[in-house]
Design a protein around this ligand. Structure first.
Ligand SMILES: C[S@@+](CC[C@H](N)C(=O)[O-])C[C@H]1O[C@@H](n2cnc3c(N)ncnc32)[C@H](O)[C@@H]1O
Length: 277
């Protein structure tokens, strides 16, 4: 293997060694949550589930070249946008919440990095936003809310120990995180389908998905249901997934001492290639 970038490689700026490392099936991380290396985690943690910019940076390095252009329709406090600045890419982020937008601005100020275009808007109408239509994106990298997961009261250990219940991302009826499972999948597919209109051919769509606990009615493997739904979009090719193992998650004795309840310390990173219409 050489340290040179292969001239045939038009996807990214990686050499063969870095490319191979990026292909590991489990990305296991324990990023710092204090100090400068935490990338202002103390501000970002005001969001219920911020993504580590270091993780997003790794995906951005694989799926774009320097100066590439990235869209995140569910930007939150800016995991994708912060990573884009750190990796010398440009980005457009959308989120319903003005609070998350201002936390993102505070993070950029603290880190001394340029802020990306952040639009407080409903991603269901993303094609109406001029900044989204300005020029094609190389990558859509996003971490959507998960089917009423944040809004749903939790049973089990969390409740037993009197832990605070998870709050919804926003209370807006437009918040996908407040929708029932199947409606959520329909709305998310519609948003991603319209976002593909502004993705360049051969660009990638990379979507995080976390499964829910099974119920007697449904397996709730959101990642699988999402792949089934997105594969219906003509021109969109499913390429596979990687697993993000978040070592910072605590293990809880769910179900103890009666029955098995999975601790979910991982999320799926679903990868699609856009062939164009
Ligand atoms: C899992 S969070 C994203 C977190 C983000 N990756 C970060 O690092 O902060 C999902 C986000 O989607 C936003 N959201 C939900 N429905 C939306 C909609 N219809 N349009 C735009 N944003 C929406 C929520 O406000 C929430 O911040």
């Amino acid at each position: 293997m050489t340290n040179e970038r292969d001239p045939r490689n038009r996807l990214n700026d990686l050499d063969a060694r870095a490319w191979t490392y990026a292909l590991r099936s489990v990305i296991s991380t324990a990023y710092p949550t204090r100090g400068a290396a935490s990338l202002a985690h103390h501000l970002r943690r005001k969001h219920p589930s911020p993504k580590p910019p270091q993780l997003m940076a790794e995906l951005i390095r694989f799926f774009t070249r320097r100066h590439g252009h990235i869209l995140d329709p569910f930007a939150g406090v800016g995991g994708t946008l912060i990573a884009s600045s750190l990796e010398e890419r440009t980005a457009v982020g959308i989120d319903l919440s003005p609070e998350y937008a201002s936390i993102y601005q505070a993070v950029c100020a603290e880190l001394g990095i340029p802020s990306q275009t952040y639009l407080v808007a409903d991603a269901r109408h993303l094609l109406d936003l001029p900044a989204v239509r300005e020029r094609p994106f190389d990558l859509i990298l996003t971490d959507p809310p998960y089917a009423a997961m944040m809004a749903r009261p939790k049973t089990g250990e969390r409740r037993k120990r009197g832990r605070p219940q998870p709050t919804p991302f926003t209370t807006s009826p437009a918040d996908l995180g407040n929708l029932p499972y199947h409606e959520f999948i329909r709305e998310l597919s519609a948003i991603l389908s319209s976002a593909l209109q502004v993705l360049r051919p051969d660009g990638h769509l990379v979507v995080f998905a976390k499964d829910l606990q099974p119920t007697p009615e449904h397996h709730n493997m959101l990642h699988a249901d999402l792949v089934v739904a997105l594969r219906q979009i003509p021109g969109l090719e499913y390429r596979g997934y990687q697993i993000w193992h978040d070592q910072s998650q605590r293990l809880y004795p769910f179900g103890y001492p009666y029955t098995f309840v999975a601790n979910q310390m991982h999320q799926f990173i679903l990868i699609f290639r856009w062939r164009g219409e």
